[in-house]
Write a protein that binds this ligand. Structure first.
Ligand code: G16
Length: 547
C-alpha cells in the first residue's frame, strides 16, 4: 500500500556538524522538535539511489534510542527504502550493525549511539550513517550532510503507528518492509568463523583460568552472553553487568582504568581468582584487556595482535598490512617492519581505515582510544578483540601480562599515555591550537628541560586509495630521541572542548621496561605544557583523565 508522503516544514539548526564519529549531542538537544528529523533528512538528501534498497537500523539502547528508531522508520518509508532491518528492541552494537550491512548487502545503515559517553535523559545521544561497505561514511559525505543541514526547509515522513520492535518478524510501513532481526545471530556466526572456538572453549573450561567480561550495562551484554557463555561454555557469571540499560545504570560505559575501575581492581586482587579481564563500551566497538594486575594499553594490544596473527585461523595466512591512527603509539610499526608489511598512519577516526580495508591494503587496524578491528567488518570491534586475545592465550598458554612483557623484550617498549583536559572552554581550546600552529616553524631546534625538538607539523593525510586529503588532524612534535607529543581537540565530546595530549617515548633496554609509565613520560609532560602553554591558556595545571 503506497502511503502519502507528508512534507513537514522545518528550519535549520546550527551545529549539526558530524564530529569524529557522527553527530553527538545531549539528549536534550536531540529531543527538540525537528532536530533529529532535520539531520536524518540531510542524510537521505545526500544519498542517491536508495529507493527500493535495504537500510540497517539499530543502536546501543541508550535513552531516546526507541523514540528515534520509530521516527527514522517513518522517514525511511517516505524516502522510498524498500526494507529496513532493525535489531530486536532497536538494539544493534556498532560492529554487529557493520556485520549485518555487509552480510545482507544493504545500501547502508543508521547507527544510534554516543559510544562511551554517558546516557539517560541528561546524557548524550548520537547518530551516524554507515555506507554499504559497513563502515562510517567518509569525510566528503559527512561534509555534504552538514551543508545540507544548513539549508534544510522540510523533512519527509509518513503517518503510521509505532512498530512493535520486540518480536523477530516482518511488518510493513506502506510499501516498506520492516524486518525485525535477532541482533546477535549474524555477528556471532561471523566471529565464530574467525577464531578457534574449540581451543578457546578448552581454555575457558580450565579450572585455573577464570575470566570476567564487564559489559558495563551497555550493548555488548547479550552478545557476550551468547558468545562467551552459550557458545564457548564459559561458566555462568563470566559476563557481568550484562543487561543493557538506557542510562547504563548511571555509569560511564567507557572501558578504561577510570570507568572500569572495579574490573581492574578485581584483576589486581589475587583473592578474586581471576586471570583475565575484558570490557567493552556503550556500543560495543571499544575494548579493554586486563591481565593479572596489568592493564594492556590499546596501542600495545594492537601490536600484540599483529605479532601473534599466525595463531588465529582467520589471519594465519598473513596480514596484508596494518594501520593505526596518527596519535596511536608506534608499537605496531615495529611489528609491521619485522613482518615486512606496510603500516599506514591515518587521522583519528575509524572512517579513515575503510578505504584501506576495502582495497585489501591492510588487515588489522587500531587506535589508542581502545579500538581494534580487522577486515571482518568496517568498524572497530570490542568482542572481536577479546576473542583474539583469548585465542592467543589459549594457544600460547601464558598469562596476558607475560605475553606483553615478552613483546616488549622482542620489539622494545613504546611507553605511552594520553592526558585529557576535559571541559575547557571552546575558545581556549581553539586559541591553544591556533597559537601552537602559528609557532610550528620556530619549534625545531628549541630545547625544553634537556629535550630537543627535531620536527613539528600539523598532520595532513592523503588517502592512498582515493587521493582524498584531510588537513589539520593534530599537531605533532617529534624529539631528537624519537619521543613524540601530539596535540588534538577531541571530536566526540558534547560539552566545551577536550584537549588531548598524546605522549610517547621508546625504550629499547629491557632493564628499563618496568618503569612506571607516568614516571617515564614526566619530562615529556613538562615539554608539552611549556610548548603548548596549556596551564597558561586553560588555567589547568593537570589533566583530569590520564589513560
Ligand atoms: C570515536 C571514533 C574513533 C576515535 C574516538 C576518539 O570512537 O570512532 O575513531 O578514535 O572516537 O575520538 P576523539 O579523540 O575525537 O574524541 P567512539 O568509540 O567514540 O565511536
Amino acid at each position: 500500500m503506497t502511503m502519502q508522503v507528508i512534507s513537514v516544514p522545518s528550519t535549520p539548526f546550527s551545529g549539526q556538524k558530524p564530529g569524529t564519529s557522527g553527530l553527538r549531542k545531549k539528549v536534550t538537544v536531540f529531543r527538540q522538535a525537528r532536530y533529529l528529523e532535520n539531520f536524518v533528512q540531510a542524510i537521505f538528501d545526500t544519498l542517491s539511489g536508495q529507493q527500493g534498497q535495504t537500510l540497517v537500523l539499530g543502536g546501543d539502547g541508550r535513552y531516546y534510542n526507541d523514540v528515534a528508531i520509530q521516527t527514522i522508520l517513518r522517514m525511511a518509508a517516505a524516502t522510498g527504502f524498500g526494507r529496513v532491518l532493525v535489531g530486536r528492541n532497536g538494539i544493534l552494537s556498532t560492529p554487529a550493525a557493520s556485520a549485518v550491512i555487509r552480510k545482507w548487502q544493504a545500501f547502508g545503515g543508521i547507527i544510534l549511539s554516543a559510544s562511551h559517553n554517558s546516557g539517560g535523559p541528561d546524557g548524550d545521544f548520537g547518530i551516524k550513517y554507515n555506507l554499504g561497505n559497513g563502515g562510517p561514511a567518509n569525510e566528503s559525505f559527512t561534509d555534504a550532510v552538514y551543508l545540507r543541514t544548513q539549508e534544510i526547509r522540510a523533512y519527509d515522513t509518513v503517518e503510521s503507528p509505532d512498530i512493535d520492535l520486540s518480536k523477530v518478524g516482518e511488518t510493513c510501513i506502506g510499501d516498506m518492509v520492516v524486518s525485525i532481526i535477532d541482533p546477535v545471530a549474524d555477528y556471532a556466526e561471523l566471529l565464530e568463523s574467525l577464531f578457534d572456538f574449540d581451543r578457546i572453549a578448552r581454555l575457558l573450561a580450565r579450572p585455573d583460568f577464570r575470566m570476567r567480561f564487564d559489559a558495563m550495562h551497555a550493548v555488548t551484554g547479550p552478545y557476550a552472553l551468547e558468545i562467551l557463555e552459550n557458545r564457548l561454555g564459559a561458566p555462568p557469571g563470566t559476563v557481568v553487568n550484562c543487561i543493557p540499560l538506557p542510562d547504563f545504570a548511571g555509569g560511564h560505559p567507557d572501558p578504561n582504568p577510570v570507568y572500569a575501575a572495579d574490573l581492574v581492581a578485581a584483576l589486581a586482587d589475587s583473592r578474586s581468582g581471576l586471570s583475565f579481564g575484558a570490557a567493552s563500551d556503550g556500543d560495543g566497538d571499544r575494548n579493554m584487556i586486563v591481565g593479572r594486575n596489568f592493564v594492556v594499553s590499546p596501542s600495545d594490544s594492537l601490536a600484540v595482535l599483529a605479532a601473534n596473527h599466525a595463531l588465529v585461523p582467520a589471519y594465519a595466512s598473513g596480514l596484508a598490512g596494518v594501520a593505526r591512527s596518527m596519535p596511536t603509539s608506534c608499537a605496531v610499526d615495529r611489528v609491521a617492519e619485522a613482518l615486512g608489511i606496510p603500516c599506514y598512519e591515518t587521522p583519528t577516526g575509524w572512517k579513515y581505515f575503510g578505504s584501506l580495508l576495502d582495497a585489501g591494503r591492510c588487515t588489522l587496524c587500531g587506535e589508542e582510544s581502545a579500538g581494534t578491528g580487522s577486515n571482518h567488518v568496517r568498524e572497530k570491534d570490542g568482542l572481536w578483540a577479546v576473542l583474539y586475545w583469548l585465542n592467543i592465550l589459549a594457544v600460547r598458554d601464558l598469562p596476558a601480562d607475560v605475553i606483553v612483557r615478552e613483546h616488549w623484550r622482542r620489539f622494545g617498549r613504546n611507553v605511552y599515555s594520553r592526558h585529557d583536559y576535559e571541559g575547557i572552554e571552546i575558545a581556549q581550546g581553539d586559541r591553544l591550537m591556533n597559537d601552537l600552529r602559528a609557532r610550528l616553524s620556530q619549534l625545531p631546534g628549541s630545547e625544553y628541560g634537556g629535550l630537543r625538538i627535531a620536527t613539528a607539523d600539523d598532520f595532513a593525510y592523503v588517502d592512498p586509495v582515493d587521493g582524498s586529503r584531510s588537513e589539520r588532524q593534530g599537531i605533532r612534535i617529534l624529539l631528537d630521541d624519537g619521543s613524540r607529543a601530539v596535540f588534538r581537540l577531541s571530536g566526540t565530546g558534547t560539552e566545551g572542548a577536550t584537549l588531548r595530549v598524546y605522549l610517547e617515548r621508546f625504550i629499547a633496554d629491557p632493564g628499563q621496561h618496568e618503569i612506571p609509565t607516568q614516571e617515564a613520560l614526566a619530562p615529556l609532560v613538562g615539554l608539552a605544557d611549556a610548548v603548548a602553554r596549556i596551564a597558561a591558556i586553560t588555567g589547568r595545571k593537570v589533566p583530569n583523565v590520564i589513560s
